[in-house]
Design a protein around this ligand. Sequence first.
Ligand SMILES: [Zn+2]
Length: 446
Amino acid sequence: MNKYIIYNALLVNEGEITKSHLAISEGKIEKISPTDDIFQTETYASYQKIDAQGKYLLPGMIDEHVHFRDPGLTHKGDMFTESRAALAGGVTSVIDMPNVVPQTTTNALLQERLAMAEKSMYCNYAFHLAATDFNLEEVCCVDKQNVAALKLFLGSSTGNMLIQDEQVLDKVFSIQGLPVLVHAENENIIKKNTEIYHQRFGDTMPISKHCEIRSEEACYTTSAMAVQRAKQWGTRLHVLHVSTAKELSLFSLENKNITAEVCPSYLFFDNADYEQYGTSIKCNPSIKTAKDKSALQKALNDGLILTVGSDHAPHTWVEKQQNYFHAPSGMPMVQHSLQILLELVCQKRLTMERLVDSFAHQPANLFNISRRGYLKEGYFADMVLVDTSVCEKVTKDNIFYKCQWSPLEGTMFHSHICKTFLNGVLVYDEGKIADTKAAMALKFDR
Ligand SMILES: [Zn+2]
């Protein structure tokens, strides 16, 4: 059961691409070999054979930033539906955000979500704990084995868990042994801009103004404040969804304690796309200019941006069709994040090695995830087989989201996700998700 040999694959791991053969047994990568003679022996006679025919075999993607909406907002998405969409997109592990209902602000609620996930999730999972103005005691006594990181909303977003108390901020930034993740946008600047634009346009406000309201200045001001504070306290800070070229000046390849995440939406869309896509690509922070987009692409390839997170944030189509002020921010992304990155590889803006580094190796390192994120003997067999020689169009029929739409519908990708292995089990195979549940909670080496 669930013993496989994958022949003739191009393994992408730790900066190298090597033609290899790989054996899976008992949920783990048992053996990696450049020659196949070892697999001709009696030991491997019972293994199922898969010929990869020179396709790329990558470690399963680790998505550090998803909103599966469960519990409380399950009309938008839930653990069952969205975790299956993740597998279809080559994402084998997700870390879910705390802005659900009720918000994940206590250790008891964290435990409840872990118990729910054990029942419902089809991919591996973990959760972030929210730090707010009111839960410092919970944050200070959090069990570091049970949580991926602390999440702070420095600026309001969906769920309004804004943290403003300076003393609380200092205490949270002084916590050691856990990464601190921030959503950084300046609330005052956004409020001021909203008033100005509302006076000018009223309810007919064009969506294209979103990046002027949630402006570069709003992002930079708060990101700079977070970086400054992290330097003061020695925090392991990770600034989420960086959306502007200007914020890149806050990071360096040398300072590995202060890092950044980018989302596929900021690498794929720019403000010229608002006209075509309307509120379907409204997200926070906003999608900025083409100049920002290309700077972010370059920074990701250079390693100045450390990781990719999908910021998968589904809403129903009806919710998204409201006017600028009422359409909620966020879009479904977990199923197509890997394909967006593969598209950048195809366009020679990103190397395959850096793709794997940013979406598998580095998230595993950042959260000290135990034995995942790499193709290594003894590691969990979380893997994805991708074909970059074929084209595939996103359509309603091949979307797995509960909300049943994607801003990428109609997009032609020069890649195809063939198979996804999770803990050694073939859970996704050519458009079909297996009934077998193989998901596990992520463990942290801390
Ligand atoms: Zn988010």
